[in-house]
Structures are given as structure tokens and as C-alpha cells.
Write a protein of this length. Sequence first.
Length: 508
Amino acid sequence: MQKFRLPKKILAAAMAAAMLLPGSALAAFTDTSGNWAESAIDKWSGEYGIIQGYDDGTFRPDNTITRGAFASILVRFLQYQTAASSDTFSDTPGTWCESEVLKLRAANVYLGTEGKALITANITRQQAVTMIARAFGITESAASLPYSDASSVSDYAVGYLSAMTEKGYITDIKDNLFRPTDAITRAEVVNILNNMVTVLYQTSGVYSKDINGTLMINAAGGATLKDMTITGDLIVAPGVTGSVSMTNVTVEGSTRNLGSAVVGDQTSYISYNGVDYPVYSNVAKSGITTDNLTWENGRFTFNSDQYTARFGIDVARYQGTVDWSAAAGDGVQFAFVRCGGRGTSNGALYTDAKYATNVDGAAAAGIETGVYFFAQAVNVDEANEEADYVLSLLNGHTVTGPVIYDWEILGNTDRTYGTDPAVVTACAKAFCAKLQAAGYKTGVYFTEYVGYAKYDLSQMTGTALWYANYSYKYPHFYYQVDYWQYSSKGTVAGITGTVDCDLQFIKK
């Protein structure tokens, strides 16, 4: 896994950044008494120092914020370390917030406008909400916006604003208006952060106090959590380079690891290729052993007190024309059909030449039919693009099985080679979220390497796991999987040549 380094310099800025300078935070301010966001301001300025006051003792809650200053707030909160190239934006070289803006660009949070960062422009409410959602790993929602001025929200912000609204993070609405193009104020930013995070651990240590809400850890050295319950989410910031050890910890929400930190039960490890990976306590251990499987006549028979199994195949254009009625008669109960993919070098999207024929033929034969997309996304925007492309391909076809995100690295010249695990996980989550919002079941396909080294499977709840390994006579993987691709050289009636064979495991 890639490891991030601690920053080598502290923020320094002129008047435009006065609210971010260490030493200017106060426990209370001369101009916040009675303000609607007073308690949140005291917490996030006086206690945590994320948005700090001015040297004259004021906070100025109704002041607007520039895009550059807002970037610094997010970097202070999330402790990003990796920066994009200095020539990414034409207007940032030598500016006071250049480092912060480039860090957010590397994280696909700050995308800029026509090659410019426009750091002196006030950030609007829709821009701020979009950046916060991206920074905190919030995937877009397809739900309609409830605001009277929803038609004024820009397309890029709709999905993020919908997700943030659904989660209850947007609470400063008046007269049912979101006011997307208004400049966001300091108080409004504090309010959103306060709604998203209940407690912030900025110092490494051992913690055992229950958290009634969401806990975020941004201490570079990580933290040790013991004997506690977190009723909301657990968020680990990208800047955490140490481990987050958890012993007897219940997280009632989700665990979002936004970086490369090792998160989980540190008393147990999975050793793969000389690297130890932590065991995720919220992912079930495999219940399938060699005792459950017997190889007979080129296929597995299965016997288990815990699971039942079904036989299936996955196909692409390479299988040519398939006689699906014959395949069904030969025991095929489910099938995954490749609908398309993205090029491994040029990144172009394409449709499998046999997709429509295969998906319609399998469905007509009474076979449960899902699809898979050969993904090559290297950022969340590309994953969303792939999801939109798949949705367009599904239109007009009957799909009763899962839609699978098949992200692979075929070689060291592929565009996906070297992609950070946090990005790989975020891409899979974004893809699946879009398909789920459209009413489809989803899944992720992976090899042993991708499953251990690239995916944080603790974040894949609600998504089927499809594991590929041909070297063993059982699913040689620590966690319980829903599907196992056990061979690429199977034979099935109705198919000329060989075909991938799969088993589905269903909990009794």
C-alpha cells in the first residue's frame, strides 16, 4: 500500500487566510453570541481549530469564503498529503494556497474551471457541498431534490446535494430554498461539518469512550479504539498514515477509510504475498472448505450445512454464438454477460459485440442473468462515467442478476496499474451506488490480489462479492464470497470451446 508522508510546512497566509492561522482560535467570540450556529462555531473553531477566528476576537459568521480559503479548510480537516503537479492550474503557482488546492485536485475534490482554480472567487453553496461530499467519500444519489429552486442546481452538484440532503447534513434551508449560487458563509460551512462529524480525534492515543454519532480520526499516527460503541459512522481521514486498531468496537454506521491507513482488528492479520492485511470485523469469514466440494465429471458437487450452491457461467464475445436453451438444459442456472468495458490503455468505452444477443438469449432461456463491465476507472469521475454507460446498455433488456463492477489490472502498462487502494474502493462504491439507485443489485469481481491489496471490503456491504481463483478446489479466500469463478476452461452444452464456470453460494 502507498504510504503518505506528514506535511513539512505549516500553513502561512496573508489576510485572506487569517481565519486559518494557528493561534487565532478562541473559545468564544465577540460576535457569535446568539448566532444560529454559535455552538457549532465554538466547537469547530475553539475546540478543534478547523475554522478559526480573527485576531480581533471576532469570527464573522456571515462572511463569505473564497475558493482558496475553503480548500485550506478541507485540507486542515482531512490532512491530505499527496499533491497534483504544480502546472495543473494556470493561476495557482506561487499563491498562498497553492499546496492545498493541488492536494485537493490530486484527491479529485477540487476540479477547477477550464484549467483555473479561481482561488480568489467566493465559493458558492453548491460548489462547497459538492467538494465536501467528494472529500468525505459521499457517493451521489439519484433521488430528486426537495428544494423549490432545485432546477437552478448545476448538473455536477445535483447528485452530491441529493446525497447530502438524504443524510440530513443540509439543515440551513429557509423557505424551502437551497440557494445554490449564493456564496456560502463561514457559519454555514461550520454547520455542515458539525452535522457530518460529532467527534474528531486529532491526536493519536487510546480511546474507549462511546460516541453518540459519527467519529472522525485525522491524527497522522492513527488511534487505538477499545471497548466502545459508535452509533454513527467511523471516518478515517486520508492523512492517517498509522493504523486504527479496533478491539471490541461496534460501529453501527459504516466505516469509511478515505486513505491508506490500516483499519480493523489488529490482533488478526491475513498474510498475502509477504504483506499483512488486517482482518475486517464486519466481513464474514469464509464458511467453505475442501470438505464441501467434490470434483465429478468436470464440475463441482457441493454439500454444506450452511450454504446451498448453484452452477453458472460468464460469457463475452469470445464464446461466439451461444445456444442458451442447450446451456440451460446442461444445468446452467445463472449467467453473467459482459456488457462492455473500458480500454486498458486509451480508456475508451466500448460495448461487447455479443452483449445484446447474450443477455436476451439467456433471459429467454429462463436463466437468471446478470451483467459485468470490465472497468478501468482511475478516479471516481470515471467510475461514474462507466456506471452511466452501463445504465444506457441495460435499457430495454431484462437483467435479473447483479450488475458486476469488474476492475482489473492485467499488466504494468495498464492505466489502472498503481492506482491507490482508497481510489479503487471509492470507484467501486460510486459505480455500485449509481446502479443500486437505479434499482439493480450489484457486485464486485476481484482476484486474490485485488481483494486483499486494492479493495477495502469492509466498505462493500450490500454488494455481492465475486472471487476468481482457478488454483484451488475451494474458494481460497479469507472472507465469504457470494460467487466463485473456479475455472476458465469449463465446457457447457450450447457453447463451442471453453467457458468460465462459477458457483454461487447461498446462505441457508
